[in-house]
Design a protein around this ligand. Structure first.
Ligand code: ADP
Length: 408
């Protein structure tokens, strides 16, 4: 089945056309600056290896979808001959609140519930709704399926998702842990379960999705027991520009000391913290690793080392505590931009973890860089298996969409 996977942001729209029978991506691309001056589309035809980047006016997401379909069906740049070859559309949706514990066919009722999720992720949800409506306008007859980043985490027990705040806040405002990156945690834990070769119900896995945004999950028996992000994606380990877990009282203290408004404080924690805040020069792990590689004489070395060590420390704490709540650990998985591409970070995290049964194969770890397949980086004698597994959220979205459409 040919599924068009759509990830709509407020001014951007990423897409991939995936054949779910072969898992082949025919084409992919991104529309940027939608609704602004200078909007453009970057389209890649992967079978022929063609690439096009073109300025094209797009006043809204419907315009963007129209352009995407034109490119997909173009005689030169396209990979299908007509829109009829697209069987359905699968949307990435960031927040499904407590309404959605799995992927679902878009209906009026579903859209009404999605409207209510604006409370939790206003910018993202509004953008997703624009993407969905844009598709409805251009392809009114195609089934659309919504796949939620929060859904995989809906298996947590209340002890993991209820905060020790007045309970009425949960009842009145839905304040609880939701978790993010669920589609990625689901994909890599699913792949890891296959690799472990034991019954899924018996598996205990910690998945570390480390990119610009990062989260760690405890997946026991294929179900999430806990995850590091919370009500928002600000919680958990240190990230590119987000602070992760801090003493909550600090928020008030810093606002008072620095004379910040709530918006300004929100901006500090989301945009000015993490790697960027600690190093003062970059949120990108490549810049930070370059400074570390340059050695102690580099003026950025110390801060770069500190930023990486803070992330290492946080990851070790999460892995240890998740092994403890699962009463054991079979595997640790690294994924996403940093998890897949930084042997240095993986080595720092997996060193001195023998007590937990983790023994890193340093050479395998060095070799696991930009790998397209799951790669084992623990030794043969390691009690806990450690893998780098490239994530593939788009494939999960396409497969879920195909399965739901096949059952109609
Ligand atoms: P997002 O959360 O935006 O999806 P990604 O998963 O793409 O983020 O991760 C982005 C991070 O991954 C950046 O810090 C980037 O530096 C890092 N990254 C990407 N490629 C490499 C690489 N080859 N080596 C080290 N870090 C990398």
């Amino acid at each position: 089945m040919n599924i068009l996977v759509v990830n709509a942001g407020s001014s951007s729209l990423k897409y991939q056309l995936i054949d779910t029978d072969t898992n082949i991506v025919g084409a992919k691309g991104i529309c940027e600056r939608i609704g602004m001056d200078g909007s453009l589309i970057e389209h890649k035809q992967l079978v022929k290896g063609l690439k096009a980047k073109l300025a094209s006016p797009m006043k809204d997401h419907a315009d963007a979808m129209k352009l995407v379909v034109e490119y997909l069906t173009d005689a030169e740049d396209g990979c299908i001959s007509s829109m009829n070859e697209i069987q359905a559309i699968g949307h990435r949706v960031v927040h499904g609140g407590a309404f959605f514990s799995g992927s679902i066919l878009m209906t009026e009722d579903v859209l009404e519930k999605l409207e209510l999720c604006k409370e939790f992720a206003p910018l993202h949800t509004v953008a997703h709704l624009m993407g969905i409506k844009g598709c409805l306008e251009i392809m009114p007859d195609k089934p659309q399926v919504l796949v939620f980043d929060t859904a995989f985490h809906q298996t947590m027990e209340p002890e993991a998702y209820i905060y020790a705040l007045p309970y009425e806040y949960y009842e009145k405002h839905g304040i609880r842990r939701y978790g993010m990156h669920g589609t990625s945690h689901r994909f890599v834990s699913g792949e890891m379960i296959k690799l472990l070769g034991k019954p899924a119900e018996e598996t205990k896995i910690v998945t570390c999705h480390i990119g610009n945004g990062s989260s760690v999950s405890a997946v026991k028996g294929g179900k999430v027991m806990d995850t590091s992000m919370g009500f928002t994606p600000l919680a958990g380990v240190e990230m590119g520009t987000r602070c992760g877990d801090i003493d909550p009282a600090l928020v008030l203290y810093i606002m008072d000391k620095e004379g910040l408004s709530t918006d300004e404080m929100n901006n500090v924690m989301n945009k000015k913290s993490g790697f960027l805040g600690v190093t003062g020069f970059s949120s990108d792990s490549r810049d930070i690793e370059d400074a570390i590689k340059a050695g102690p004489t580099d003026p950025n070395y110390e801060k770069a080392m500190l930023a990486v060590n803070i992330l290492k420390h946080g990851l070790k704490k999460y892995i240890g505590s998740y092994a403890s709540i699962m009463n054991g650990l079979d595997a640790v998985v690294f994924t996403a931009g940093i998890g897949e591409n930084s042997p240095m970070l993986r080595e720092l995290v997996c060193s001195n973890m023998e007590y937990l049964g983790i023994e890193l194969d340093k050479q395998a770890n060095e070799r696991a860089f930009r790998c397209s397949d799951p790669t084992r980086i623990s030794t043969d004698s390691s009690k806990v298996t450690v893998y780098v597994i490239p994530t593939n959220e788009e494939l999960v979205i396409a497969k879920d969409t195909a399965a739901i459409v096949a059952s109609l």
